[in-house]
Design a protein around this ligand. Structure first.
Ligand SMILES: NC(=O)c1ccc[n+]([C@@H]2O[C@H](COP(=O)([O-])OP(=O)(O)OC[C@H]3O[C@@H](n4cnc5c(N)ncnc54)[C@H](O)[C@@H]3O)[C@@H](O)[C@H]2O)c1
Length: 292
């Protein structure tokens, strides 16, 4: 895999000829329209940052069509129609790229780029089988997700949601000794499940809060990354039982799908705070949390 920008550059090299299909249809001489229609076709499944569209438009080397919405995913039926015969596909997390979709696209499809670091929506096996190159966007959101994780962690530990609610609804009275005390990061043990880019970025931001110890688990020790934050490799059980704060930073894969299960939660301290910014919690995880 390589990043989406590189995939887009590759698209630029695929063919030669003018502008995109959205801006250049009506009113053109027949010959130009014919030339246009011979250009490689790209389908984009959601509004993407304008810079991306600009690259495609200005290349003059592809024609593209997009699902012009920021918030509503393209309906599956529409998607299956739109991908027919395309040469390239730019998608986001909401589109399941599986055998059905790849069959609908047909043999022209050579390259796919997903605007995400997670790729659990892609059937890599099917893509590999068909020789389709894949681009993704690692590191684009590392800082954002790390900041979000710290924000959620502090919001939870300092009980900001309850405090805000009390302030808004008149419950905020005189100063009280034992009210909404929360838990300190100082002298705590922070556990990281999946020490990759985001896990390290979270730990780097939490360090100044005087965390006592960072621990992590992963498929195997990651000494180079761990040394950046002085983190200790532990087993999953140790991670669960020792963490005062547990952050989930691993990709959603068949192996990690059910990793945050009842067994894990039952081993955690009653006072632990669990933060998952790695993916939407699978239904299983939600169910366990509701009963925790
Ligand atoms: N919430 C958001 O908006 C948002 C945005 C970007 C990324 N993410 C999620 O964050 C995840 C991590 O991103 P990253 O850039 O740090 O990825 P990364 O690949 O650098 O790190 C993921 C880590 O998880 C580990 N891992 C994989 N399987 C594991 C398992 N079975 N047990 C323990 N560890 C395992 C990997 O070895 C790796 O070290 C992405 O996969 C994505 O799902 C969420």
């Amino acid at each position: 895999m390589w990043c989406g920008r590189v995939a887009l550059r590759r698209l630029q090299r695929i063919a030669v000829a003018p502008l995109n299909s959205l801006s250049i249809t009506g009113g053109l001489p027949g010959a130009v329209q014919r030339e246009m229609s011979s250009l490689p076709r790209v389908y984009i499944t959601r509004q993407i940052p304008p810079e991306g569209l600009k690259i495609l438009s200005e290349s003059g080397q592809v024609q593209f069509d997009l699902w012009d919405s920021d918030d509503v995913p393209v309906p599956r039926k529409e998607l299956l129609q739109k991908v027919k015969g395309v040469d390239a596909l730019v998608c986001v997390l909401t589109e399941k790229i599986d055998a059905e979709l790849l069959d609908a696209a047909g043999p022209n499809l050579r390259v796919l780029s997903t605007m995400s670091v997670g790729f659990d929506h892609l059937s890599l096996e099917e893509l590999k089988k068909r020789g389709i190159r894949v681009g993704y966007t690692p590191d684009v959101l590392t800082d954002s997700v790390a900041e979000l994780t710290v924000a959620l962690l502090l919001t939870t530990s300092r009980r900001l949601i309850e405090a805000t609610h009390e302030a808004k609804t008149g419950g905020w009275g005189t100063w009280r000794t034992l009210w909404l005390c929360g838990y300190e990061l100082a002298n705590s043990t922070v556990g990281i499940l999946g020490l990759g880019r985001i896990g390290v970025a979270i730990a780097e931001r939490l360090k100044p809060f005087k965390v006592k110890k960072f621990i992590y688990t992963d498929v195997a020790p990651r000494p180079e990354l761990a040394s950046l934050i002085n983190a200790e490799y532990v087993s999953m059980d140790e991670l669960a039982s020792q963490s005062d704060f547990l952050t989930v930073c691993c990709a959603l894969t068949p192996e990690t799908k059910d990793i945050c299960n009842k067994d894990l939660f039952s081993k955690m301290k009653n006072t632990s705070i669990f933060i998952n910014t790695s993916s939407d919690p699978p239904p299983h995880c939600q169910c366990v949390l509701l009963h925790a």
